[in-house]
Design a protein around this ligand. Structure first.
Ligand code: ADP
Ligand code: ARG
Length: 348
């Protein structure tokens, strides 16, 4: 923004269905427009993605942990709307896989193609990706990749920096659902694609069942995935990796918001547990499909992740709530909902 240009209430969000548009009225805009965190993250930074992309579902990002305090009059409302979590609530965590009740739902592999669970993490006292400097980003890459390279056993793997990867290799990894895609316009407007592709990369073990994305939307996305529907095995591998990483790196966490993430939808557990599942019949009954997913607090995505479409009746079904519920509950939400979806698909 040129210095002479005034920062005014964004007209582009009028009529938008985003949570930004729902809660940022003119009075609130005036109240927040000159606020900044100690790292210099301001309201313009926070809302630019939703302003540039009026088709956003949410439309805001944070620059650091302090953003959630400084812009609380806006963020708290968005957080309540998305997670049903209010400002006096406390977050809770449970990474004990024994607390999960999840016998394999589909041992004949008729419905569930694959299972994936990821969590986001960001390192304490380093700004989030929206305003991180190039040096800080490179430092995150160094800390995380060196830590991961010390892992052994089934978590042993290699680190592949994006700026050293051929276009064919990255395309192949994206198509096979292992790597983040490039050029996302929501992330672009949030400042998350600056200096692309430096400082970004992917670590994975030989079988690609344990993967870590470095410096995409969050500094770390820790991922466990495999073919089929053994949800418990995927959760167990993830919790092992989280515990190991947490013993070596201090992540940004507080008792109210849980793990701090750049997007408010990922706060708390920062966990998205999903299956790719074949539901060709239910997929043709929009209202009923949505009724079941709403009952179990689930989200429907397309086959190439967020903002993509379903293909051949295959959907990405995941937990929607991540804050105010434990990790075990996130996975249990997904499991219970998928059980109900399979039951209904069989009936049809
Ligand atoms: P995120 O999970 O990090 O929120 P996306 O929705 O963009 O981000 O998904 C990232 C990638 O993970 C996409 O390629 C998506 O197809 C893939 N993915 C998600 N769930 C599964 C799953 N259960 N099995 C295989 N791939 C999956
Ligand atoms: N900013 C995008 C929107 O508002 C995505 C929000 C949730 N997803 C995410 N990857 N953080 O639609």
């Amino acid at each position: 923004m040129a210095i002479s240009e005034k920062f005014e209430y964004p007209k582009s969000i009028e009529g938008s269905a985003s949570l930004l548009a729902k809660f940022l009225n003119k009075a609130l805009f005036e109240e927040l427009k000159n606020k900044k965190t100690a790292n210099g993250f301001d309201l313009k930074n926070a809302i630019n993605s939703g302003v540039k992309n009026p088709d956003s579902g949410i439309g805001v990002y944070a620059g650091d942990e302090e953003s959630y305090d400084v812009f609380a009059p806006l963020f708290d409302k968005i957080i309540y709307d998305y997670h049903g979590f209010s400002k006096n609530d406390k977050h809770k965590t449970d990474l004990n896989a024994d607390h999960l009740d999840a016998p394999n739902l589909d041992s004949e592999n008729k419905f569930i193609i694959s299972t994936r669970i990821r969590v986001a993490r960001n390192i304490k006292n380093i700004p989030l990706g929206t305003i991180i400097s190039k040096e800080q980003r490179n430092n995150v890459e160094k800390i995380v990749s060196e830590t991961l390279l010390s892992f052994d056993g089934k978590l042993k793997g290699k680190y592949y920096p994006l700026n050293n990867m051929s276009a064919e290799d990255s395309e192949q990894l994206i198509k096979a659902h292992f790597l983040f895609k490039e050029g996302d316009r929501f992330l672009e407007a949030a400042g998350l694609n600056r200096d692309w592709a430096d400082g970004r990369g992917i670590f994975h073990n030989e079988e690609k069942t344990f993967l870590v994305w470095i410096n995409e939307e969050d500094q770390l996305r820790i991922i466990s995935m495999q073919q089929g529907g053994n949800i418990k095995a995927v959760f167990e591998r993830l919790t092992l990796a989280i515990k190991l990483l947490e013993s070596k790196i201090d992540f940004s966490y507080n008792n109210h918001l849980g793990y701090i993430s750049s997007c408010p939808t990922n706060l708390g557990t920062a966990m998205r547990a999903s299956v790719h599942i074949k539901l060709p019949k239910l997929g043709n009954r929009d209202t009923e499909f949505k009724q079941i997913t709403d009952t179990y607090h689930l989200q429907i995505r397309g086959i190439h992740g967020e903002h993509s479409q379903s293909e051949s009746g295959v959907y990405d079904i995941s937990n929607k709530r991540r804050l105010g519920v434990t990790e075990v509950q996130c996975v249990q939400d997904m499991y219970d909902g998928v059980k109900a979806l399979i039951k209904r698909e069989k009936e049809l």
